[in-house]
Design a protein around this ligand. Structure first.
Ligand code: UDP
Ligand code: MG
Length: 175
């Protein structure tokens, strides 16, 4: 499973699906609508969406490679964060959705994420503060890092019959 953000390749499908999670901090701060608006504004199609309160065991399945990449302490804080309240999970579809949604989300630490990205615009959390409080860094959203990750994560969070096929106006005016 690719762990780093992967640049689009010529062989990648043009229209892709990616998993986005509005994490418990986003839901509790009541900014879900504003974040969703950004994705809708770009024209991404919501093909699946639900509110779920996951436990740490499910979080571990989702973040299966975090311990290997960041160590057990980070995984522990992260599992605490992701299971502390309900999340809104969604599957977005559109042109190069995996890479474009990651671009909109920004880099992992809100403090150092580029202005204009969701993580920078909606949070000031830092690794230092997260370490001091022994929690994961509260960065508002999750987005799949690669096509391979997206396929794994969508399958983990959604049954096939929870994903929908329909047409948006973007398919008439943009594509
Ligand atoms: N994380 C953290 N501290 C770190 C690295 C990661 O708390 O030093 C958390 C953070 O919430 C991040 C998640 O672990 O979103 C998954 O890490 P990853 O490297 O996959 O970052 P992402 O793909 O979410 O940017
Ligand atoms: Mg990741």
């Amino acid at each position: 499973m690719a762990t780093e953000q992967k640049k689009e390749e010529k062989s990648d499908p043009i229209i892709q699906r990616t998993l986005v999670i509005l994490k418990p901090d986003a839901v509790q701060r009541a900014i879900a609508g504003r974040i969703l608006q950004r994705f809708e504004d770009v024209g991404f199609k919501i093909v699946g969406m639900k509110m779920v309160w996951v436990d740490e065991a499910f979080g571990k399945k989702h973040y299966f490679d975090v311990e290997e990449r960041h160590g057990p302490k980070v995984l522990q804080g992260l599992l605490k964060n992701i299971s502390e309240g309900p999340v809104i999970a969604m599957v977005l579809e559109g042109v190069a959705a995996v890479e474009q949604v990651r671009k909109m989300v920004g880099s992992t630490e809100p403090k150092s994420a580029a202005p204009g990205t969701i993580r920078a615009d909606f949070s000031q959390h830092s690794y230092a503060l997260a370490d001091a409080k022994q929690v994961g860094v509260k960065n508002v959203v999750h987005a799949s890092a690669s096509l391979k990750d997206a396929a794994y994560e969508i399958n983990l969070w959604f049954r096939p019959d929870e994903l929908h096929t329909y047409k948006t106006v973007h398919e008439v005016h943009v594509f």
